[in-house]
Design a protein around this ligand. Structure first.
Ligand SMILES: [Zn+2]
Length: 364
């Protein structure tokens, strides 16, 4: 396996310390494994049931905390029956663990000893936990505004936490600067192995629906890694002849910081950076998603759309989810708020999946 640039097709070895191509393009994994139904390890209650579909050479490199295989639970919202994929039951309380488990396993195989990332909280906590599990050192750069519970979680795993003043971008630049001093930049949005782990969300949904795909997938999008991971997982299933078509992808952003929404409205192919406005949904407060082009293409291909919801809508949806027994973080309530707006587009006879991405226990 090698890495290749999505723009200029230049290739790089897996152990490169570059996190994007010299032309500025995003890395993709070349020659990754596809989906083979008969190779599911059906007795394995984690994402490693799809071991054969994950890009890892040797089993002894697997670093796992039992991630994946989260429940799919039905509930009624605004007259729609929806299936909630309960990702907040992951080992560190967010969907990020799928991507981190695969990324850290690959890095163990490459003999990496120290990792660094920038994060508003969930990705950093996930990386800190899996680095601890793998015996790697970790350094996490967070914006100074990161929630105290998330900061505490990052440090308890033994990571070095660095708070960076200024907008979210400053934390990213600080992490990249640190990466030039020796640690591997285990970026949850640049690194293509993250998406390899996240594609298992689609595989699981397909299994849990009895061997069919949903009609709609409604999910929060900041860097859009879950959206892209799920898109690729469903694409694998389509190529394997196991579903007839891809689900429509509905990306939900916070109105205070909505670069994908603005690009979609303008009919643009790329998401240009926007001002980082305030929002309760700090997990998707991303003014410049580096995979914006891929995200917009996936949404258009599947005939989905991008929506933006404000804090009042998010707060209301958050309470409504809690009243159904689901305690999530505000970011995870954004798709639920958007469902109300999708009333005529998503209908009651369709199968709709909404991932509940992060735990409410991390909120103040
Ligand atoms: Zn390139």
């Amino acid at each position: 396996m090698i890495l290749g640039c999505a723009d200029c097709q230049q290739t790089y070895p897996l152990n490169t310390r570059h996190w994007h191509c010299q032309c500025g393009g995003i890395f993709e994994l070349k020659d990754g494994p596809g989906f083979v139904k008969d190779r599911i390890q059906r007795r394995e209650p984690s994402l490693w049931r799809y071991r054969a579909m994950l890009p890892l050479d040797r089993d002894e490199h697997i670093v796992s905390l039992g991630e994946g295989f989260t429940p799919l639970i039905e509930t009624d919202v605004y007259g729609l029956k929806i299936h909630c994929k309960v990702e907040f039951l992951s080992p560190t309380g967010s969907f990020k663990d799928r991507g981190t488990a695969v990324l850290i396993s690959v890095l163990k195989g490459l003999d990496v000893k120290a990792v660094v990332d920038d994060s508003s909280g969930n990705a950093g906590a996930s990386l800190a936990a899996y680095a601890a599990r793998a015996g790697m050192a970790s350094e996490i750069y967070v914006p100074a505004s990161a929630l105290p519970h998330k900061r505490a979680q990052i440090t308890i795993y033994g990571a070095r936490l660095i708070r960076v003043e200024g907008p979210r971008r400053e934390a990213a630049l600080a992490a990249q600067e640190a990466a030039t001093r020796g640690a591997y930049y285990a970026s949850h949005y640049y690194n293509p192995f993250t998406l390899q782990g996240l594609k298992t969300t689609a595989y699981e949904v397909w299994e849990q629906l009895g061997g069919r795909g949903p009609d709609n997938l409604v999910l929060p999008a900041g860097h859009g890694t879950l959206l892209l991971g799920a898109y690729r997982g469903f694409t694998d299933l389509l190529e394997a002849g196991l579903i007839d078509r891809l689900p429509r992808l509905f990306a939900v952003q916070a109105a205070g910081c909505a670069p994908l929404y603005e690009a979609y409205l303008q009919g643009a192919d790329e998401a240009n950076p926007v001002k980082e406005g305030e929002t309760l949904a700090e997990g998707i407060r991303i003014p410049h998603p580096v995979r914006g082009k891929q995200i917009l293409a996936a949404i258009r291909q599947t005939e989905g759309t991008v929506l933006a919801v404000d804090d009042e809508q998010i707060g209301r949806a958050h309470r409504e989810l809690a009243q159904r027994g689901f305690y999530v973080e505000f970011t995870s309530a954004a798709p639920m708020a958007a469902l109300k707006e999708l009333h005529n587009i998503i209908t009651a006879d369709q199968v709709t999946v909404v991932p509940l991405t992060g735990s409410g226990f991390k909120s103040p």
